[in-house]
Design a protein around this ligand. Structure first.
Ligand code: DON
Length: 288
């Protein structure tokens, strides 16, 4: 891998850093792209050579040139686009939300969670379902609430027979007694804020549901005293971010995507159903 990366980087003139810094962004970008490609190849080819057939071509200059040609100097390559024959798992291991409305207007807003993967890995004999693994949803250390986000207050400390606090928030919104929106999301403590963002987009700003679902979301959870915002690095929102910073908000710069909120909007004029799949984790809207 080291030789593969060095071979790739040989195809570029690496920009020296500004004085006092170790790296220029241009060099970091190219090195990151070389790393991304070499680690992708590691996944496809590398293992005990008694078992895995390791193509000698991986460390040729020709191969490196081909990989170098695929590097865009101005933009990061999504790792997913390099997967090729490596099949990526289609489903997240964690909480899932789906929304359903039937022809007679009956609706289900379903968020379910085992926490991660197979939950506690215990199946209820004869019943065919798994038990969850949600002990982490209890407040961790009684009496200790810190600025990093650990909460130790009494209502949710562990006690015999007590259920842990959940952030799951499957939601119906009704207008004049009629169902308007079915929504909800996975995403741990941010679930409730994801649902809030969706409702604000649809109800307050009259956005079509597919726009509401794809709008960048934000999350503030008391502590850490930071805001996560999906639009943080989108130039479109640079002004919004700047203004909020001037107002004293601090952004979590390491934040990633927030939730996965498959939702349905029911047009009050006529009752037509509009399903919106969330592109963040994949999924589909279907009508039949
Ligand atoms: O019930 C809860 O609040 C958590 N067990 C949800 C966990 C979750 O959403 C993880 N997935 N994204």
């Amino acid at each position: 891998m080291l030789v593969e990366m060095l071979n790739i980087l040989e195809n570029f003139e690496l920009k020296r850093p500004e004085k006092g810094l170790a790296w220029s962004p241009e060099t970091m970008h190219l090195a990151i792209e070389a790393m991304r490609r070499a680690y992708r190849d590691r996944a496809e080819f590398l293992g005990d050579p008694d078992f895995a057939k390791i193509p000698p071509g991986l460390i040729t200059k020709d191969y490196a040139r081909k990989l170098a040609d695929g590097i865009d100097r101005a933009r990061a390559t999504p790792s997913e686009s390099l997967a090729g024959d490596i099949k990526l798992a289609g489903e997240s291991e964690s909480t899932t939300h789906f929304s359903v409305v039937d022809a007679s207007g009956m609706a289900v807003s379903n968020t379910y969670t085992l926490e991660y993967s197979f939950g506690s890995r215990v199946v209820v004999r004869g019943a065919g379902f798994l038990l969850n693994n949600e002990m982490g949803d209890f407040n961790q250390t009684p009496g200790r609430t810190d600025r990093q986000g650990d909460v130790g207050t009494a209502p949710n400390v562990i006690a015999p027979g007590k259920r842990m606090l959940s952030s799951q928030c499957p939601a119906f919104v009704a207008k004049d007694g009629k169902l308007l929106l079915v929504t909800g999301s996975p995403g741990g403590r941010a679930i409730i804020n994801t649902t809030l963002c969706n409702i604000l987009q649809v109800v307050d700003f009259g956005q079509p549901v597919y726009r509401a679902v794809s709008a960048p979301r934000f999350h503030q959870g008391w502590f850490p005293d930071k805001v996560r915002f999906e639009g943080l690095s989108d130039p479109l929102y640079a002004g919004v971010v700047e203004k909020l910073e001037q107002m004293g908000h601090t952004f979590d710069r390491g934040a990633a995507r927030q939730g996965d909120a498959h939702s349905i909007w029911i047009d009050p004029a006529g009752g037509k159903l509009h399903g919106a799949a969330d592109r963040r984790l994949g999924g589909k809207a279907a009508g039949y």
